[in-house]
Design a protein around this ligand. Sequence first.
Ligand SMILES: [Zn+2]
Length: 307
Amino acid sequence: MQTTIRSAISFTGVGLHSGKPARLTICPASAEYGVWFKRTDIAVGDAMVPARWDATEHTPLCTRICNRLGVSVSTIEHVMAALAGCGIHNALIEIDGPEVPILDGSAAPFVRGILARGVRELNADVRVIEILKKVEVKTDQGWARLEPGSGGLTMDFHINFADRAIGTQNKSLDMRNGTFVRELCDSRTFCRQADVDAMREKGLALGGTMDNAVVVDGDRVLSPGGLRHKDEAVRHKMLDALGDLALAGAPILGHYTGHKAGHTLTNLLLRELFNTPGAYRMTLVSQETAARLPGAGVERAEIPAVA
Ligand SMILES: [Zn+2]
């Protein structure tokens, strides 16, 4: 069945890139609603912004969505990943500023809040997007691919950084049930010290601190406390990918591969998918397959103790 959050929950913090404070509230929504953001600080015009692949703006360092009047919400990927990873299909997200609070840089605070409130089943069948044909996109940064899978969503990710504190990392996961909550949700945003000054000059990462991002320099992790997982970086990239894939509007049945991919590539991949005839179909799934979707039957006890 389709789901929503049982009751509203709020989060307060600064945006990673804008440095601006915001209060975000995840509210219950009815079946077939999908996920929408509402800018409560916008009094005139249309404050509603759909969390959909075709409402994104080109932003390599985060995912920003925008409505036809130019009202936008930035850095939505971690809260989107939390909703997808907890199996929430419908929600209204109210926010009183332009950027989602970064909190600890991971999706764990959102997951903890969502699972504390609980998941409510709605009286409508869940529809999924079944991948029927391989689609792939490439840029000079890397590539990303969706192809038919064996039921459920599986993901492979590869990253390769010159900084030895990250280096080469590969990870493969079957995203069924609580995998996202157990394996990915607590992994934090990371960046290289060398990139911090360049980002700040462009007016980005203004809200970034050692407490909400893992900062590395060569073979050293500069953030106090070090890493939550040895391969925290690739886990975070998979978290981002799940959040960006959630903009498809329904759970995906198939296999995703990201090779040095990021927000731009995952979004281009969804555009390719929806513009390729015969590449997918919207379908109802058996109870057995529905029970394997990300978030199905997930429990609070699965949240990692490190977060
Ligand atoms: Zn991220």
